[in-house]
Design a protein around this ligand. Structure first.
Ligand SMILES: Nc1ncnc2c1ncn2[C@@H]1O[C@H](COP(=O)(O)OP(=O)(O)OP(=O)(O)O)[C@@H](O)[C@H]1O
Ligand SMILES: [Mg+2]
Length: 252
C-alpha cells in the first residue's frame, strides 16, 4: 500500500498554547481515513496542517514534517497555493461562492489555466458535477446561483468544485454534520466512489459514519494521536483504553 501523506512528529502551537503534541501518521493512497475524537482534541488543526491552511492563521507555529508523495509540503520554496491545489478541502458548512453553479466549478480550473473557456471548460464542469453525483439535478440550471441549491446539493457542489482541479487528496472536515440523513447517505456513497480516484481524509463526530465508510481510523485525544489502525480493529478490538472508552461513549 502506498503512503500518500505522511506526518512526522507534527507539533502546532496557537500562540503559546500547544494544540498538537507530535503526531506521526501515514495516510494510505485511495483509502478513506477517518479522524475521530472529542471536541477540541485537534482533529481540524491536524487536518489543516495537511494543506497549509493554518498558514492563514496568525501566531501559529508548526514543527515537524508533512510530506505528500515524499515531498515536504513546508519545504523551502514550496508554493502553498500549489499545495492546496493538490490537497483540496471540503468544510462542515457548504460554502459555495455566490456565483452560478457553473462558475463555482469552473473558477479554479480557469484560474490555474487547466482548461480554456468554452467547450473544454464545459466538459470539465460536466465531468466534475457527474463525479460529485450532482449533474442530473443541475444540468438544466447551470447559470443559477449555487446558493439556491439545498444544503446537500451545495455540499456536492463544493465537492465538484474541489475535484475539478484534480487534487490527489481531499480533506473533509465534518462534511455531513450540517446535512439531513438522506443527504448524508448520498455523500457517504459518493465518498466511497471517490476513493478510487482520490485519497480521502474525513473528520467526523459520527462514529457510525467512520465505521461505515473509513478503511482506517485515527483516534485523537488532547492533541495526541492515541490509536490508528484499520477501522474494524479500532471499533471491534481497540488496543488503548482511551479509545475503548471513547467509542463506547464513556466520554467525549
Ligand atoms: N484559530 C485558533 N486559535 C487559537 N486556538 C485554536 C484555534 N483553532 C483551534 N484552537 C484550539 O486548538 C485546540 C484544537 O482545536 P481543533 O479545532 O483542532 O479541535 P477539533 O478536534 O477539530 O474539535 P471539534 O470536534 O470541536 O471541531 C482547541 O483547544 C482549540 O481551542
Ligand atoms: Mg474541528
Amino acid at each position: 500500500m502506498n503512503i500518500k501523506v505522511k506526518t512526522d512528529k507534527l507539533k502546532l502551537w496557537y500562540g503559546d498554547k500547544q494544540a498538537l503534541n507530535g503526531v506521526s501518521l501515514d495516510i494510505y493512497e485511495n483509502k478513506i481515513t477517518a479522524f475521530i475524537g472529542p471536541s477540541g482534541c485537534g482533529k481540524s488543526t491536524y487536518l489543516r496542517c495537511l494543506n497549509r491552511m493554518n498558514d492563514l492563521i496568525g501566531g501559529v507555529t508548526i514543527k515537524g514534517k508533512v510530506t505528500l508523495d515524499g515531498h515536504d509540503i513546508y519545504g523551502v520554496g514550496v508554493d502553498e497555493v500549489a499545495v492546496r491545489k493538490k490537497i483540496g478541502m471540503v468544510f462542515q458548512q457548504p460554502n459555495p461562492f455566490p456565483k452560478s453553479i457553473y462558475d463555482n466549478v469552473a473558477y479554479a480550473p480557469l484560474m490555474h489555466d487547466m482548461v480554456k473557456k468554452g467547450k473544454e471548460c464545459d466538459a470539465l464542469v460536466e465531468r466534475s458535477l457527474r463525479d460529485a453525483g450532482l449533474w442530473e439535478e443541475v444540468k438544466d440550471k447551470l447559470n443559477e446561483s449555487g446558493t439556491t441549491l439545498s444544503g446537500g446539493q451545495q455540499q456536492r457542489l463544493c465537492i465538484a468544485r474541489t475535484i475539478a482541479v484534480e487534487p490527489d487528496v481531499i480533506l473533509m472536515d465534518e462534511p455531513t454534520s450540517a446535512l439531513d440523513p438522506i443527504s448524508t447517505q448520498v455523500i457517504e456513497n459518493l465518498m466511497t466512489k471517490l476513493k478510487e480516484k482520490f485519497t480521502i481524509i474525513v473528520v467526523t463526530h459520527n462514529m457510525q459514519q467512520a465505521a461505515r465508510i473509513a478503511d482506517y481510523t485515527a483516534f485523537f485525544h488532547l492533541g495526541n494521536l492515541i490509536e490508528y489502525s484499520e477501522t474494524e480493529k479500532i471499533f471491534v478490538n481497540p488496543q488503548e483504553e482511551k479509545t475503548e472508552q471513547y467509542i463506547t461513549g464513556k466520554f467525549g
